[in-house]
Design a protein around this ligand. Sequence first.
Ligand SMILES: NC(=O)c1ccc[n+]([C@@H]2O[C@H](COP(=O)([O-])OP(=O)(O)OC[C@H]3O[C@@H](n4cnc5c(N)ncnc54)[C@H](O)[C@@H]3O)[C@@H](O)[C@H]2O)c1
Ligand SMILES: O=C(O)[C@H](O)[C@H](O)COP(=O)(O)O
Length: 367
Amino acid sequence: MKLLADENMPFVQELFGDWAEVETCPGRNISPEQLQDVDVLLVRSITRVDETLLAKAGRLSFVGTATIGCDHIDTALLERKGIGFASAPGCNKVAVGDYLLAALLRVAAHKGWQLEGRTLGIIGAGNTGSEVAGRARSLGMRVLLCDPPRAERDPADFVSFEQALSADIVSFHVPLSRDGAHPSWHLLDSRAIEGLSSEQVLINACRGEVWDNQALLQRQLGPAPLTLVMDVWEHEPEVLAALVPHVLLATPHIAGYSLEGKVRGTFALYRALCEQQGKALAMSPEQLLPAAPVSRVTLAQRPDQVLLERLVRLVYDIEQDDGAFRRALGQPGFFDRLRKDYPQRRELGSLQLSAAGTTFASLGFKA
Ligand SMILES: NC(=O)c1ccc[n+]([C@@H]2O[C@H](COP(=O)([O-])OP(=O)(O)OC[C@H]3O[C@@H](n4cnc5c(N)ncnc54)[C@H](O)[C@@H]3O)[C@@H](O)[C@H]2O)c1
Ligand SMILES: O=C(O)[C@H](O)[C@H](O)COP(=O)(O)O
């Protein structure tokens, strides 16, 4: 069996090497010719799996994407062709939660805000949105969830898009979709942007195309700019460079890039392929993860917001990612390079935090 995988997917050799001939290559370079004799294709979000890519893939029986988002995969085509498919729902939701916690604390420091009592609008209340909601509630924030597909079943738990958009901070966690009942392409369009107050903060850690980046730039160049946190950009790996100086925190689509998240992603595909092939699992995700350098911090009293930010930084420093992005902006291929060379990042759960008998598992720390 021949297996072709994106070179940025860790542990492929360890998981599949015993039963497949494994080849890896850059995800953006996978060609139709390369797939002629391939049985299994494993990708990340940068490989568009469509009619063109599969034109010569006569032997392909399984496609896996080690990601939550699936907007790069023509799943209907795979179904028509009888090709098995798996993604990795939830694999990096904890990492996105860590990213959001770090971003919220940085935004609060920048604006001189206490987060307690502030409102957080969450657009898209699935795996990542719920992870973020839990952490925000632990900070004492009031969470407004907007999720029209879920609201059809449980209307009482959700607010309208307009209500969520009126929160102090609004964070987007929707899949990218261009059609269907609730399309998310340019969900934040020029009209929505116009209605926002300059006091508000917007965060995008889902997909770049959910925000109209040109319309945002126009807003930022005007008299009442917004506070923005952007992990994802329209037209990646290109970035609207003129927008970057008007963004408080700018990162190269790494919100989900914890080592744990990547391991869970590859492992989800291993599990799915084992199932398709009728094989027993020969490994567990724990066997792949190197032991985290767990540190313990015990405090006499609950940390205030300033100390909490310092503690988060011990594990994940969002300003380092922002700094690397700004230094590299404009260099050829900078976006993909930062992602390929991303330093190993462990989840907040590698830090055991307790204070006055309380643990902080609801914020992501180890209990
Ligand atoms: N930046 C990153 O590194 C990163 C990491 C993980 C996921 N993502 C992106 O975030 C997206 C969400 O991830 P998830 O795990 O939470 O997915 P999910 O499928 O668990 O949840 C998405 C939620 O959005 C809701 N939704 C769909 N359309 C909507 C709309 N128009 N308005 C409001 N809500 C809508 C759905 O009902 C669902 O509850 C992924 O599809 C992926 O594109 C990005
Ligand atoms: O959808 C996802 O899971 C994330 O966006 C994922 O972290 C993207 O990373 P990539 O596949 O581009 O390496």
